[in-house]
Ligand binder design. Sequence first.
Ligand code: 4NP
Length: 150
Amino acid sequence: MTKILMVCLGNICRSPLAEGILKSKLSQEKFIIDSAGTANYHTGNAPDKRSIAVAKKYGIDISTLKGRQFNTLDFDAFDIIYVMDQSNYNNVVSLARNEDDKNKVKFILNATYPNQNHSLPDPYHGGDEGFENIYKLLDEACAKIANQLS
Ligand code: 4NP
């Protein structure tokens, strides 16, 4: 089993979408895919309705996911930790206990734009088009990740 964690700030907009998209591209028998937020504002909450809607438009159901906060034990539970932006990277790496933990943390857009450490924009305060944009960027990145891993 390869275990993959998607991390953003709130765990209601970007990372649940990344979780749903990557799950749709990989065998559930060989991969465990989860998501978490660096903040605890939305613990127990369903994804943002705009993320649910854009996923549904492309045939993916993320409506039953529940927000949770990233914690240090996630470094033991997961093999790869994909972050959405620079701030998520800094927050997650600040909890790393050693180099092995730190080496698990990768910018998700490096799958499509290697070594550039681009941030996936936070769509929370924007309109629906921001969600369409992040869907497309995540779909491209997850297609590359799925190809590399399977
Ligand atoms: P996410 O977006 O990190 O992609 O889930 C956000 C959701 C909520 C907030 C910030 C970002 N918030 O400040 O509540």
